[in-house]
Ligand binder design. Structure first.
Ligand SMILES: Nc1ncnc2c1ncn2[C@@H]1O[C@H](COP(=O)(O)OP(=O)(O)OP(=O)(O)O)[C@@H](O)[C@H]1O
Ligand SMILES: [Mg+2]
Length: 231
């Protein structure tokens, strides 16, 4: 994977080239893929877009009760599918400071850290990555921090989200977050989310955990549930 710099009217965005083998190995869609998996994510994308449109939402959090239920895989594939849609662009942000995996799953190396942006140590323009897919931008990193909910609930984070929203009108911003019942980050970040997609691992996610999760989230923000690893 190589990094380049490109200058457009707005920013200097670093560009990288993705390795299709890495994507495939991590269950991620490759460009122009026409498989049942790709069709399923396109279906999800269309339903998500419709639901977000209804409530005029631009920011979407991918949430699940426990770890390993498929949030990151869902977040990346949804972003890849959104980027294919001509009328929209997607910005995928890794806010899982418990287990940041977007860089790893997409095979992206190099520095630049979303945490540094949230801590005002770097400008967002320096950290954005264009992964060689038109319509998709990444704001990722690999920092792990324990007190991340403090950072996420900081009002300055709201300023950053507003800035990200205003950059492009048609952009959907997708946030990957830690398991909502294991760390308070997702709940702390909820006020900044217009919409939430709940990932449920079929056969693993407990009914009682789902009920607890639902009680923590404003029902109007829940645009849907994705049944992962469906049996
Ligand atoms: N539908 C699926 N079928 C098979 N494997 C899957 C499926 N969805 C995700 N996985 C795999 O399960 C593992 C966990 O998925 P993922 O990292 O997306 O979950 P997560 O909820 O983000 O986990 P974490 O809590 O660690 O952040 C990964 O190895 C991923 O490739
Ligand atoms: Mg994850």
């Amino acid at each position: 994977m190589t990094f380049m710099q490109s200058r457009n009217n707005y920013t200097v965005t670093r560009k990288c080239v993705l390795d299709e083998t890495v994507l495939r190995n991590n269950r991620l869609l490759i460009q122009d893929e026409t498989t049942p998996a790709s069709a399923a994510y396109n279906m999800l994308r269309t339903q998500v877009l419709r639901a977000m449109d209804k409530i005029q939402a631009r920011t979407l959090g991918i949430i699940s009760a426990r770890s390993g239920e498929g949030r990151t895989t869902t977040a990346i594939n949804l972003a890849l599918s959104l980027a294919r849609e001509r009328n929209h662009t997607a910005l995928l942000v890794d806010l899982d400071f418990n287990n940041p995996c977007i860089k790893k799953y997409m095979g992206i190396d190099g520095d630049g850290s979303v945490l540094a942006v949230l801590e005002h140590k770097d400008a967002v323009e320096n950290v954005l990555i264009n992964p060689g897919i038109p319509g998709l931008t990444l704001l990722v990193g690999d920092d792990r921090v324990s007190d991340s909910s403090d950072i996420l609930s900081d009002p300055k984070t709201q300023e950053l989200i507003a800035q990200l929203k205003s950059r492009y009108d048609s952009r959907i911003i997708i946030f990957d977050l830690p398991a909502a019942l294991e760390k308070d980050d997702a709940i702390a970040f909820l006020p900044y989310l217009d919409a939430v997609l709940v990932v449920v691992d079929d056969g693993k996610t407990l009914q009682e955990d789902l009920a607890k999760l639902a009680s923590l989230i404003d029902a109007q923000k829940i645009i849907g549930t994705l049944l992962n690893r469906q049996r």
